[in-house]
Design a protein around this ligand. Structure first.
Ligand code: ATP
Ligand code: MG
Length: 371
């Protein structure tokens, strides 16, 4: 992680959970997913012979942060990485994928896209020299973190979240002015393709991202609904990381989104997602109650995509119907003594006028299959 994310980054310096285990071996709990994905791809030779890969992951990440709304010590990231595609078309595809997700979740009006290009290594080094001259002139206004970074990694200073540093950062030279023609062309084409897809964006020339491995395209999807925890998804290109971690020279691009922040955003927007089932199975009478679990399992085998909630214990008709209605189910599946005797199920449609009908249990998929 130190090698891929960068020794002089917040994540590695301050946030990584590194400790000695009982055997005095150094253990680090993962703070992010990209390094592990690259390691896995290299280890399993997924990038050999110029293979292209589009992969994803989801899981818990840990960072030693000051816990607050939208900032946790354990959180969940969903990430996507694409290898051996130099872009910018793939960069745009990833952004289109995000945009589609925001639409599906109905939060697209609350999230905006910021993009930038941080160019390639040579231009960043040229930039660093001018940035150093500028920062050295204002060294008295730098906070402790930034003073330390001045020598180790001045670019990181631009990523500072300290409000007192913002004016100084705003007046610094702009990295975008230093990037070479090829990177410029890449960035211009990215914008053309985003525009063609109708994906709105703003160029944020101060966007540098907090990890070392990025180059060229960097982006963040941000919201103003979560205070200073404004980024819900972030990513960019990292064309040199695979080689750095011992793999072939393979260009790459990816992003990671914070699922808890997306949930908070849904909450802030009053967008509740209710959990409903497709069917509610009610069994009336002792025989039916005894047959219930077997019947439920047979139904699940016959109609695998049909979600079924089965009532437990005993209950009378009107109580069970109330429960069926509350469950949000589209149909109530009723089994009484007659149904047990004939191996049938009665189906009552709870959300339409379709008349109730009784059908052989073995045929039930013909009706439930397209509900
Ligand atoms: P921030 O600037 O908010 O600290 P970051 O730049 O450290 O974010 P990344 O490392 O790019 O974040 O991780 C990608 C996404 O993971 C972030 O955009 C955010 O949605 C989420 N995330 C990062 N750290 C946390 C955390 N401590 N708690 C919850 N979500 C987080
Ligand atoms: Mg962070």
């Amino acid at each position: 992680f130190a090698r891929s994310i960068g020794e002089v980054t917040d994540i590695v310096e301050k946030e990584m959970y590194t400790f000695l285990d009982r055997n005095d071996e150094s253990i680090t709990v993962r703070p992010e997913g990209t390094a592990g994905v690259v390691r896995a791809c290299v280890e399993h030779a997924l990038l050999r012979n110029q293979q292209q890969q589009r992969v994803w992951y989801m899981g818990p990440m840990c960072r030693y942060e000051r816990p607050q709304k939208g900032r946790f010590r354990q959180f969940t990231q969903l990430g996507v990485e694409a290898f051996n595609l130099p872009g910018p078309d793939i960069d745009v595809e990833l952004l289109a994928m995000c945009a589609r997700l925001w639409k599906m979740l109905r939060v697209d009006h609350l999230i905006t896209l910021q993009i930038n290009s941080i160019g390639d290594l040579q231009s960043r080094n040229n930039y660093k020299q001018d940035l150093l001259v500028y920062l050295n002139k204002h060294v008295n206004h730098l906070d402790e973190d930034s003073k330390r970074r001045l020598h180790s990694n001045p670019l990181r200073i631009l990523d500072s979240k300290n409000p007192d540093m913002q004016t100084l950062i705003a007046n610094a030279p702009i990295l975008l002015d230093y990037i070479d023609d090829e990177a410029k062309q890449h960035f211009a084409q990215l914008q053309v393709e985003l525009t063609e897809l109708g994906i709105d964006f703003t160029i944020n020339p101060r966007l540098v991202r907090g990890l070392d491995y990025y180059n060229r395209t960097v982006f963040e999807w941000v919201t103003d609904k979560l205070g200073s925890q404004s980024a819900v998804c972030a990513g960019g290109r990292y064309d040199t990381l695979v080689e750095t971690l011992g793999g072939p020279s393979v260009p790459a691009v990816g992003f990671a989104m914070g699922l808890e922040r997306i949930l908070l955003l849904l909450e802030a927007a009053n967008l509740e997602f209710t959990n409903t089932v497709d069917g509610f199975l009610m069994c009336i009478g002792e025989e039916a109650e005894r047959a219930r679990l077997l019947a439920a399992e047979r139904i699940r085998n016959l109609v695998p995509n049909f979600s079924l909630l089965t009532s437990m214990g005993s209950g009378n008709f009107s109580n069970l119907f109330k429960k069926a209605d509350k469950s949000g189910a589209k149909v109530a599946l009723i089994i009484g003594a007659d149904e047990v005797a004939n191996d049938t199920v009665s189906i009552k449609f709870l959300r339409s006028d379709r008349p109730q009908q009784t059908i052989a249990l073995e045929e039930i998929h013909t009706i439930l299959g397209d509900i």
